[in-house]
Design a protein around this ligand. Structure first.
Ligand code: FAD
Length: 355
């Protein structure tokens, strides 16, 4: 379902804003089509962003494949305008949002149905919501959220008139962390999210203690698109990255080839968790993974040409592997991605507005 919206915002120097927002979009590797000196069009994963200026006003016209993606684009546009002129960004209004909107279109509350343990060290949350179908498109990851003060009744995010998410502050602030939708069953309104158990983590503790009927906030989905180049693949990750790796494997064609290096408990059968794959699998015990992953991947790269590499895991590993992918494997943007999923000794912070 295609969704559209537009806005026109008056600025002291609309040309500067046009160039600033255009440059920001281009930084994400999305090149503009120049339709005139004052008119750019960008195409990104089924969405179209058009920017125009006439010296006094910047006009932004958006078309997206889903309301969820449109919400994301509107918020990004308003935040980019705010970098140039925060007051003008406050006054910005969208053509599809003339009446107040109370909750972000991509927000919902999920209710726990049951907990299980697909593998040692991982709690599976099976959750339900009325509109679970809205989680099916647009990406693999969501933000899960709970009140940072667990004794308080949740105050969920709302939407400002300019389309930007308003995050509760102070005593009502939220604890927000990224997780991956492991499996979706929209026909029965269920989704599975697998949480790596690490005592002291708020979401991890909730996963271990929650009872059927307990609720948690979710926003998304977004991000985590499968690699385009499917030959010479290298996928690697610790247990937090097993859910996205499973989803990526499900999406690969039969011709996909390459290597898979994952943290997986000893004496457990990877086939019980990961879908069938032609990629060569190497499992490493979770307690050794962080020490060993770099040299294992280096050795694979020394023997075979890696054409597309992906890693998800602890911050220091992610940095080392990013460098390896770029420098030793000579992989450019779009052919490699190494993401810090968590950081030793540091509470993550998915959004600055939260704890
Ligand atoms: C795109 C993306 C997708 C992700 N998908 C998943 C997923 O599907 N499943 C999943 O389990 N995680 C996933 N993660 C990682 C998850 O967001 C972090 O582990 C997060 O910190 C957990 O939140 P928490 O509230 O439990 O702990 P926090 O309050 O954030 O952290 C508390 C303490 O625990 C430590 N810590 C955090 N994670 C771990 C860990 N895994 N092992 C050991 N110590 C840890 C921190 O360093 C900190 O000291 C994903 C991250 C990203 C960026």
């Amino acid at each position: 379902m295609s969704a559209q919206s537009s806005t026109s915002v008056t600025l002291p120097d609309a040309r500067e804003a046009f160039e600033h927002v255009s440059a920001h979009i281009a930084e994400h590797g999305i090149e503009p089509e120049t339709l005139g000196s004052a008119h750019h069009r960008f195409r990104y994963e089924g969405s179209t962003i058009q920017l125009r200026h006439d010296g006094a006003a910047l006009t932004i016209a958006l078309e997206a494949p889903s309301p969820n993606m449109l919400y994301f684009l509107k918020e990004a546009a308003a935040l980019h305008v705010a970098e140039i002129d925060p007051v003008a960004a406050e006054s910005l209004r969208w053509s599809d949002q003339l009446a107040p909107v109370h909750q972000p279109v991509n927000f919902s509350e999920l209710t726990l149905i049951r907990r299980s343990r697909p593998i040692r060290g991982v709690t599976r949350l099976t959750l339900e919501a009325d509109d679970i179908g809205s989680l099916a498109d647009g990406g693999l990851h969501v933000k899960l959220m709970l009140p940072a003060d667990r004794t308080r009744t949740p105050v969920w995010p709302s939407v400002a008139a300019n389309g930007v998410t308003k995050w509760p502050k102070g005593d009502d602030r939220l604890h927000v962390r990224y997780f991956t939708l492991k499996s979706l069953r929209p026909e029965i309104g269920e989704v599975d999210i697998d949480v790596v158990e690490h005592p002291g983590g708020m979401i991890s503790d909730w996963a271990l203690e929650a009872a059927p009927g307990d609720r948690i906030g979710v926003m998304g989905p977004g991000g985590g698109h499968p690699p385009e180049q499917q030959e010479g693949l290298l996928l690697a990750g610790d247990m937090t990255a097993l859910p996205p790796i499973a989803r990526i494997l499900e999406s690969l064609s039969a011709e996909a080839s390459g290597h898979l290096v994952v943290a997986f408990p000893e004496n457990a059968d990877p086939a019980s968790y990961l879908p069938p794959t032609a990629l060569e699998l190497r499992t490493v015990a979770p307690e050794r993974f962080r020490q060993e992953v770099l040299s294992i991947v280096q050795a694979i790269g020394a023997e075979r040409r890696i054409q597309n590499a992906w890693f998800g895991g602890e911050h220091a590993n992610a940095q080392a592997l990013r460098q390896l992918f770029k420098r030793d494997f000579a992989l450019g943007q779009g052919a490699q991605l190494s993401v810090a999923y968590w950081r030793e000794g540091r509470r993550g912070d998915a959004r600055r507005e939260t704890d």
